[in-house]
Design a binder for this molecule. Sequence first.
Ligand code: PHE
Length: 363
Amino acid sequence: MSQFPDPKSLLHDAEKQVDHARSPEALAEVRITWLGRKEGRLTVLLKQLGSLSMEDKKRYGPALNELKSSLEALLTSKEKTLAAQERARTLEKDTLDITLSGSPYVHGRLHPLSQVMNELVSIFRSLGFVCADGPEIENDYYNFESLNVPANHPARDMQDTFYLAQGSGQGTQQALFPEHGAPSTEPPTLLRTHTSPVQVRIMQKYPPPIAIVCPGRVYRHEAQDATHLAVFHQMEGLLVDEGVSFADLKGTLARFAQLFFAPTIKTRFRPSFFPFTEPSAQMDVSCWICEGSGCPACKGSGWIELLGAGMVNPKVLSGVNIDPEKYSGYAFGVGIERIAFIKYGVNDLRLFYENDIRFLEQF
Ligand code: PHE
């Protein structure tokens, strides 16, 4: 059996090839060359064993089997080495640096005006008020007439607004298509100039005792500047019950100012005029920037004008069939932008509507 190769030199050959393999693919080729199921060199030799003489079988059989297991062990270990090298190479190529800190996740937040509105509502909730709502598209009756502001009353000058086509719904149809019907008898439709119409709507719907606040958007025909906006927000307050006095109004609003600004804040009331309250007042708070000594924020006076208020005018109560002999109440209206502007020292109301993230992020 001289043509049967020597297992030792076979192993030597195989070792050399394994050694030369530089990639998993090249090593797979070596495995096929030797152990491939059909034509592998060792596979073929093992198949040929059967045709050998007894003596040669004994001589080559164990040696070839040993060669096969040595070769398998060799291939497996080299496969592991190559895989490890491959991993190291990809790690080097990949620029993923797991020690680098990630980019911060930006949390959204409520707009400062929403924050102020929520805070106001929650303070008044804690004082026993409930939150009410009313339409932004109002009519002349609720916005003016029912609040003791008749047509041609000079108080209307202060609250010029945007009028819509005559009436809403059906009325609008008539204005656009007069041939469809007679002119509307509905009061003119307008964008509400204040949240006070909600007072009337609530009093028409619910009997006293009533204690509501109503935050919402309002509109005025204004030239916009740092302290005037054509679209802004207010929060209305209304309390009606038996025996309500101006002392209740003062106590509640002073407490509100302490809760909203600071426990040390001082309040003062000055006479004012609103057709729907009698008497009417303007509430000022002490300037907490200079603590009353006078600074640019309070224009040197030590006081900042905060809101309008007063005792509900008996004419308004009669208008909604609440007996002014039995019931009395107070109302107030606070500008949301104004109070945010005072609390945070913002010097231009328009900033609240520019959506500049650098501004909004500060709240
Ligand atoms: N509605 C008034 C305004 O917009 C404010 C106000 C409300 C005054 C309630 C008195 C009572 O100016």
